[in-house]
Design a protein around this ligand. Structure first.
Ligand SMILES: [Zn+2]
Length: 327
């Protein structure tokens, strides 16, 4: 049995004209629960988003939401956005409290302390950083965040860039080929936190055989860091044919990513991206793994040139990681 944090309020944040990040994503996601035992719990609204973000940014979101003025070319708001985003933070908080999955919108991992992070051109559909909220709220120590959304979680990484208590492992499509254009393996954190930020790249058309290589490396880093809490920024847009990206990840990888959490007493996950089949199939496989259900999924293989490109990336990544971790 897995607890899902959800309320229809998450559908209120909606675009004026067609946008890929829209309330029907919730309906796709709910269909993923058809064969899994879930308990749905409602979130509470939080009143302190400035725990994660600057006062100025919070005020900007509130003002633009009231005016129904889009934050940027990618990131729309309507009059419910500010309120809904406060409930999304509350969803992450409740997920942390009950080891559950927060089925929230709007997403959060591109939102940094001051809004746009690491020079990103836009907020990439995100308003407040949901996965960061419980960590900041309670000053959690020894936390690992695994962000497997196909885009780099630049907001999350920026928020914790100098925090040695937060290990952030972000697996994403090669930033030369996709938004937000940063997230290279040499971004390792600063000061005391150096080494605790890990960026692993997947080339376009990459499949599960690449995750087969990455999963043991992720596990070794976790074994070294010994986190007491595992958090996920769970995006499903890396799924084959999901729509926004060009990777070919399938159930195998999402299931095994979820499996990592089985050795943790404290864990939570929040929804990030995912726009089509990823939300139906990838999310279902992730939740099966997350809740420890035994399943076998086939590995979808990349072609040889994609695999060799990936192995080149991995060689460089390992050279960097070896300075900090026994991989
Ligand atoms: Zn994404």
């Amino acid at each position: 049995m897995i607890t899902i944090i959800y309320d229809d309020i998450y559908k209120y944040h909606a675009p004026k004209r067609y946008h890929v990040e829209n309330p029907t994503r919730i309906d796709y996601s709910l269909s993923a629960f058809a064969d899994i035992k879930v308990k749905i719990e409602k979130p509470v609204k939080v009143s302190d988003p400035q725990i994660v973000h600057s006062e100025e940014y919070v005020k900007l979101v509130e003002k633009f939401s009231n005016m129904e003025e889009d934050l940027d070319a990618d990131t729309y708001v309507n009059r419910y956005t500010y309120e809904t985003a406060l409930y999304a933070l509350g969803g992450a908080l409740r997920a942390f409290e009950v080891n559950g999955f927060a089925l929230v919108r709007p997403p959060g991992h591109h939102a940094g302390t001051y809004g746009r992070a690491f020079g990103a051109p836009t907020l990439g559909f995100c308003i407040f950083n949901n996965v960061a909220y419980p960590i900041k709220k309670f000053g959690l120590k020894r936390v690992a965040i695994i962000d497997f959304d196909v885009h780099y979680g630049n907001g999350t990484q920026e928020i914790f860039y100098e925090d040695p208590e937060v290990l952030h492992i972000d697996i994403h499509q090669d930033p030369r080929t996709i938004y937000p254009g940063t997230g290279y393996p040499d971004m390792v954190g600063r000061g005391e936190a150096e080494g605790t930020k890990v960026n692993l790249l997947i080339p376009p058309l990459g499949g599960d055989d690449l995750y087969e290589e990455l999963l043991p490396i992720i596990q070794s880093i976790l074994d070294d860091f010994k986190p007491t809490i595992l958090a996920y920024s769970a995006g499903f847009d890396a799924y084959k044919g999901d729509g926004l990206a060009s990777t070919n990840i399938t159930e195998y990888s999402f299931y095994n990513l979820g499996r990592i959490s089985n050795s943790f007493v404290r864990k939570y996950a929040v929804l990030e991206g995912g726009y089509g089949d990823g939300l139906r199939k990838g999310l279902k496989a992730f939740l099966e793994g997350f809740s420890g259900i035994d399943k076998e999924y086939k590995v979808y293989r990349s072609n040889d040139s994609v695999k060799s490109r990936f192995m080149n990336y991995l060689g460089e990544e390992k050279n960097i990681l070896r300075k900090y971790w026994s991989i």
